[in-house]
Design a binder for this molecule. Sequence first.
Ligand SMILES: [Mg+2]
Length: 432
Amino acid sequence: MSIDLAEVAKERKIKYFLISYTDLLGTQRAKLVPAEAIRVMARNGAGFAGFATWLDMTPADPDILAIPDPDSLIQLPWKPEVGWLAADPWMAGKPVEQAPRNVLKRLIATAADRGFQLKSGVECEFFLISPDGENIGDISDRQTKPCYDQSALMRRYEVISEICDGMLQLGWNPYQNDHEDANGQFEMNWDYSDALVTADRHAFFKYMVKSIAEKHQLRATFMPKPFSGLTGNGCHVHVSLWKDNRNLFEDEKGELGISSIGYAFIGGIIHSADALAAILNPTVNSYKRINAPRTLSGATWSPNTVTFSGNNRTHMIRIPEAGRFELRLADGAANPYAMQAAILAAGLDGIQSNRNPGKRLDINMYTDGHLVQDVKKLPLNLLDALRALEGSKLLSESLGEYVPAYLKLKHEEWNDFSRHLTRWERETTLDC
Ligand SMILES: [Mg+2]
């Protein structure tokens, strides 16, 4: 039975709903709708001029209607009179094909046709910085090896505990919070779930962290590499595939407890890694996190080669324990929906084509990577990644209209970036 949001509003004392969708560049767009109007909006959708957001539309296109998904309702922990709803953009009676949440739902349906269900968890690293964005928010946070720094963590207790209390209230089962490897950087972990639930929570988490940071006169950023010399913001994804409540990746007889279907999925990710980077590392700045030189702390924590390993953090894919793997490629700028869709598309292809992931490597890739021959490297910049995506028949077919729309927007972004004359260019070329 469908959920009556007007009734829910009465029960939970919700005065307003935020009907929210995430566009292709990851920006969340919303209308604030009084509870009195929610019944009509839930049926017909909230109207938006699609071209005014990153959906690759023109002013000649009709309005889009964002139809809220009642199952996604999240009451803002810091303002409980507002309920957030993830919405699916529709236009002219059909779902907007390139809208990221629609893309993910399509991929989930494709997987379901084969009896598969993707479950995932995300580790969204972020910095707490000054409101002007120039510096980290805590001038005392200066250790060269600041990971798990107890004092720096506790100086931000008010912010971190407020976010964690919110997740507890929402039933996400958060289980740990820490200071990460860069000064000013934090990570908060909650339970994995179905891919769509995780994607909605990921989108909402970013909004919640930014909102609560602002309440505390700080600013939160998920930018992949906000400070050169410090570790960047990753968004590691833990992946498993299920069928009838059984984890298909688990096999106690398999190498490291991973089944052959699990290795085929990993093979799919490895096969499409350079094209995946265009979606999982979506900004010019992303490529300053992967392929980065050593940071102050001694490690970048991000991959630069398309390799997999056991419990070893220097490779793109880590198998920390039986039944799942961790993809360490994505960063804080990755679109929560497109990221899961692309991972699922590549993994399903791996299973379908029984792709071989190659040999597991157990070396320290940061120090001994040069000793291995024939290892694929990740793209060095956004343009290389976009070209790889252009060349990926698989992702073009499985992600549909999303790919040309995304490529168009991203090539515009690359061109815009390329027109900027940098200080580095002047310093290195002025005396040529
Ligand atoms: Mg981390």
